[in-house]
Design a protein around this ligand. Structure first.
Ligand SMILES: Nc1ncnc2c1ncn2[C@@H]1O[C@H](COP(=O)(O)OP(=O)(O)OP(=O)(O)O)[C@@H](O)[C@H]1O
Ligand SMILES: O=P(O)(O)OC[C@H]1O[C@H](OP(=O)(O)OP(=O)(O)O)[C@H](O)[C@@H]1O
Ligand SMILES: O=C(O)c1cccnc1
Length: 492
């Protein structure tokens, strides 16, 4: 008999080797020239909002914190690195005592964020902060992407004037790109506004509400659809949602559901809903509503699933579909329209004789030139409405009692002066000298934060296509610094 002893990826969950080899080669190179303890600053930011959205929803910080907290090289990790025959014993010995001693400032999960602003600022010895690039980007890219996609879908569901809070349930486990993508994806989807998930591991891990109906196999396994419906209603009298499209929605599924609904009513119970999983969802849901209402089952909800996304949901609502709730899988959990968020990790400053010196990455492509220096992100509010984000150097002070001139960092002639504004600093300390100093909020709080945040912006940033572009500006001092460094690089 064959045995499966372990699945290598899950043998234990510390993730130190979840990095690219080149991080280790750079770390080793720094070690060889004795520069490995020099302190540097990296920014995590993205350049374009996912799916053409007007913003992204920051997510993934909890996983970053967990990862950094547990970061160490085990004997097994070191044995593997030794087997590569690329690193000296001195270096491997050094890694034995490795842990994270750096500082991390981050924008809390559930905050609306925009291109080019640092979502995280990571500071520390170069050997440490280089190692962690790949894992941090994986966590932040994935969860921010799925949270944003979920928000787009939830916003679509909320355009229904008849059901402005019609719920979206995430049910993509089987289509997710494997285990972590399904569990962390369900977490991110919940943050984005889904009311629950079908994924029990996510439910258990994060106390996300779980829900479920039934699959076609349940119906097929009984002698008749009616038998299957009755059996289900007896097993779950309080939670009966019947899948009506196994054979024929209008001739069989809905009439049988009505029979069961009426029987339940006689017993003082109520059929909760039906689920339609194929066909023309506008036509079928309208017909279903009429049939249920005519039978006196006005409270029975109609749930739709079937390859839904934010566009189909909006379209169905425009068609007057009578849908009270949405089950969304594939397009949500894989963010199929835009399968990756492009957060990058760029070195922006280096400590030289106790002074932070700014560093810049120049590029032929102007949008890829980085913003140098140790920076903070300020959100500016006028009358409680966010009007712009301002990226400034950490030492800069702004006196909110005086007018502030903002300008577009590319088209600098575009200017506006704001007065009577309020400043919110977005990056908060998460690790200080390796110590976790941030109390990680519960996923329920993060989800509530998204709802609050969305209200702070003009609604036009929520358009699914060609949304209003929110301003992310540079302070005058940062802009000047960038020009100076660019000029220095261009002058031989
Ligand atoms: N009224 C509608 N307007 C716009 N899109 C719709 C409408 N009704 C259904 N859709 C979408 O059209 C697609 C229909 O998919 P498709 O024809 O492959 O299969 P189906 O009807 O779901 O049947 P099956 O899953 O059994 O193959 C789905 O993405 C569904 O969400
Ligand atoms: O359509 P999605 O948005 O991905 O939502 C999840 C789908 O998963 C199930 O389908 P199943 O695996 O039974 O396949 P099906 O497409 O044949 O219904 C369910 O019936 C939904 O259709
Ligand atoms: O509960 C459901 O209806 C469900 C769960 C996962 C996938 N499709 C449907």
């Amino acid at each position: 008999m064959l045995e499966i002893t372990e699945l290598p990826v899950y043998r234990d969950r510390h993730l130190t080797l979840l990095t690219d080899l080149y991080q280790l080669t750079m770390m080793y190179g720094q070690f060889c020239v004795n520069r490995h303890e020099e302190r540097v600053v990296f920014d995590v930011f993205y350049r374009t909002n996912p799916c053409g959205n007007g913003y992204a929803v920051a997510a993934g910080l909890e996983q970053v914190a967990w990862y950094l907290y547990h970061l160490k090289f085990t004997e097994g990790d070191l044995a593997y690195l030794r087997s590569l025959k690329m690193f000296s014993e001195d270096f491997l010995e050094y890694l034995k005592g490795f842990s994270f001693h750096g500082d991390v400032y981050a924008i809390p999960e559930g905050t609306l964020v925009f291109p080019n602003e640092p979502l995280l600022r990571v500071e520390g010895p170069i050997l440490e902060v280089q190692l962690i690039e790949s894992a941090i980007l994986t966590f932040v890219n994935h969860q921010s992407l799925i949270a944003t996609k979920a928000r787009r879908i939830v916003e679509a569901a909320r355009t229904n004037p008849k059901h402005p809070r019609s719920p979206v349930i995430e049910m993509g486990l089987r289509r997710a790109q494997n285990v972590d993508a399904s569990v962390f994806g369900a977490r991110a989807a919940y943050i984005g506004g889904c009311v629950g998930t079908s994924n029990l591991m996510a439910g258990e891990s994060y106390q996300i509400p779980v829900s479920g109906t039934q699959g076609h196999s349940w119906i097929q396994s009984f002698p008749s659809e009616l038998d299957a419906f009755i059996a289900y209603s007896q097993a779950f009298p309080e939670e009966t949602v019947l899948l009506v499209d196994t054979y024929d929605v209008l001739r069989s599924g809905i009439p049988n559901a009505i029979r069961v609904g009426l029987q339940m009513k006689e017993k003082g119970l109520s059929l909760k809903g039906i689920r339609i999983d194929s066909g023309d969802l506008a036509y079928l849901s309208k017909r279903a509503r009429r049939m249920l209402d005519a039978a006196g089952l006005k409270d029975v909800k109609i749930i739709a699933s079937s390859d839904l996304d934010e566009y189909i949901i909006r379209d169905l609502i425009l068609q007057g579909a009578e849908i009270d709730g949405w089950g969304v899988g594939t397009h949500l959990i894989t963010s199929s329209e835009c399968p990756a968020l492009g957060c990058v990790y760029k070195l922006v400053a280096q400590e030289v004789h106790t002074v932070w010196e700014p560093r810049i990455k120049v590029s032929e492509n102007p949008s890829k030139v980085t913003n140098p220096g140790r920076k903070k992100v300020l959100r500016l509010f006028v009358d409680d409405h966010a009007v712009a984000d301002l990226i400034a150097l950490t030492h800069e002070e702004f006196d909110a009692s005086k007018p502030l001139e903002l300008f577009d960092p590319i088209h600098t002639y575009k200017r506006k002066v704001i007065e009577n504004y309020r400043i919110e600093e977005l990056l908060v300390p998460v690790f200080v000298r390796g110590e976790l100093v941030y109390e990680l909020p519960k996923v329920q709080q993060i989800r509530a934060r998204v709802d609050e945040q969305v209200e702070q912006f003009v609604p036009e940033i929520r358009r699914p296509r060609k949304p209003h572009e929110y301003h992310v500006d540079l302070s005058q001092e940062l802009w000047d610094l960038k020009q100076t460094l660019l000029h220095e690089w261009r002058t031989p």
